[in-house]
Design a protein around this ligand. Structure first.
Ligand code: S3P
Length: 430
């Protein structure tokens, strides 16, 4: 599948985006481990979260839905209720599915094998395998357990105190989940705060997670109770519409009901620093997660330097922020973002390649990008590299590139933002 994009006269309107991917995964997982039913609304029926559901179903969890509205009922089996899967679990393209499930599989007294697509099999799993092995799980994989397919013999776990070598919410979450199964109190220290959806949702399911500075403490043996989860709109999906509205002249777009969890809202901060015209209204809560409407109007942007502690708060938005940087006046520098090299693609390389082909001046560094903004972009043929966020970032660039832009291999967008094109086109004024 390819997209053909031409510049609109403006983008105008008010839309909502599909449910948050991170929160949807966690709702399915915690619902499966809980006693009783969990009712999820606005569940993201994207390929990644459906992979989580299929893996859990292979271990005996039953689901109703998700229907067109994202209603999903999870019939929880309790912490000890998962069954040995009869076949290999397939996490498809989803790092979250693989890493979070590994935390659960480590605590289950059975054998399982988990794999994924070619991209996921290239992504580092040693970062979860190593601490889970220290807790007592036996895990085998390619290159000494660094890469999937991974085989797990789970069972009795002992709590550990562990400092994460990389800031990763997926690794933190895997250890929190394993901590539920472990004897004693598991303590996890983060170098830099990362998204805290697991902690918030564990509390919603009745478990206690204590915070001591950058350290999270979870007591093993706690049970979870099924509950109702309403998933906010995904700020990582809204980000594409936000940048699009900021860069297309004459635009005025509102995205309603977006999650603005402070561990995820770095994009708002950076776009404001760049001079974007952003208004936040209708603030509220869905469960433990803050939400709001985000209105963004076109304005002139200037370059910024992004690095340090903010990086985990906008890690998935860097591809589209790079597009904003290419269209801003002056230089935009992104640093401390080496993690982008091990996402669904090497995003430093794939984003830079696309932007350069459009005519932008971009230098790839070991841990970031240096973009000299303000050069006019010209439509061309671009690749998604099978990466949903690269595909959407390139589509946003196409909205301001002279002539026609084609983005190739765009089926991957279903991973996180089914309906992206329909929603984007609904905002076009031609
Ligand atoms: C996620 C954490 C981040 C993020 C990913 C989703 C999560 O990955 O990039 O899209 O749901 O916990 P890392 O944990 O690898 O940083």
């Amino acid at each position: 599948m390819n997209w053909e994009i031409t510049p609109p006269r403006a983008l105008k309107g008010s839309v909502s985006v599909p449910g948050d991917k991170s929160i949807s995964h966690r709702a399915a997982l915690l619902g499966a481990l809980a006693e009783g039913e969990t009712w999820v609304e606005n569940f993201l029926a994207g390929a990644d979260c459906l992979a989580t559901i299929r893996c859990l179903a292979a271990m005996g969890v039953t689901f109703e839905g998700p229907d067109e509205k994202g209603c999903l009922v999870v019939h929880g089996r309790g912490r000890r209720g998962l069954r040995e899967p009869a076949d290999v679990l397939d996490a498809a393209n989803s790092g979250t599915t693989m890493r979070l499930l590994l935390g659960v599989l480590a605590g289950c007294p059975f054998f399982s094998v988990i794999t994924g697509d070619a991209s996921l099999r290239r992504r580092p799993m040693g970062r979860v395998v190593e601490p889970l092995s220290r807790m007592g799980a036996s895990i085998w994989g390619r290159q000494g357990g660094k890469f999937a397919p991974l085989a797990v013999q789970g069972g009795e776990l002992e709590a550990i105190s562990y400092t994460l070598p990389v800031a990763s919410a997926q690794v933190k979450s895997a250890l929190l989940l394993a901590g539920l199964f472990a004897r004693g109190e598991t303590r996890i220290t983060e170098p830099v705060p990362t998204r805290d959806h697991t902690e918030r949702m564990l509390e919603q399911f009745g478990a206690e997670v204590r915070r001591e500075g950058n350290t999270l403490c979870i007591r093993g043996g706690q049970g979870l109770a099924g509950c109702r989860v309403v998933v906010p709109g995904d700020i990582s999906s809204a980000a594409f519409l936000m940048v699009a509205a900021a860069v297309v002249p004459g635009s005025d777009v509102t995205v309603r009901g977006v999650g603005i969890n402070p561990t995820r809202d770095g994009i708002i901060e950076v776009l404001k620093q760049m001079g974007a015209d952003i208004e936040i209204s209708n603030r509220g809560y869905l469960g433990n997660e803050p939400v709001a409407d985000i209105r963004i109007r076109h304005s002139r942007l200037t370059g910024v330097t992004i690095g340090g502690e903010i990086i985990p708060r906008l890690i998935d938005e860097i591809p589209v922020l790079a597009v904003a940087g290419a269209l801003a006046e002056g230089e935009t520098v992104i640093k401390d973002a080496g993690e982008l090299r091990v996402k669904e693609s090497d995003r430093l390389e794939t984003v830079a390649a696309g932007l350069k082909k459009l005519g932008a001046e971009v230098e790839v560094m070991s841990d970031g990008l240096r973009i000299r903004g303000g050069r006019p972009l010209t439509g061309t043929v671009l690749q998604s590299h099978g990466d949903h966020r690269v595909a959407m970032a390139m589509a946003v660039a196409g909205l301001v590139a002279r002539g026609k832009t084609q983005v190739q291999d765009t089926a991957c967008v279903d991973v996180s933002f089914p309906g992206f094109v329909v929603i984007l086109n609904s905002l076009r004024v031609d």
